[in-house]
Write a new protein. Sequence first.
Length: 91
Amino acid sequence: MAVSPCHFAEQLEIIRQLGQPLSLHQLVEAHKSGEVPHRAVVITFDDGYKNNLYNAKPLLEQFNIPATVFVTSDYVDQNFINKAPRGLTKG
């Protein structure tokens, strides 16, 4: 996550108060039926970092808000170097 757990909890509270949290599947089905709820909100996470499990999941469960995690299984470009390790290789 790009925000602290505390800030994420604040964001979830606002979403719960002002929005209609849906799972990605619920949004797709609502869109197909032409009946997307007013203020529908879908939460997604890209790459499947472990903080999604350890920081986000407990808060999502606490607020009873669904989310979808898109997990990266491998890089398309096998020569890709993550920015953090690349910085460690300089010098």
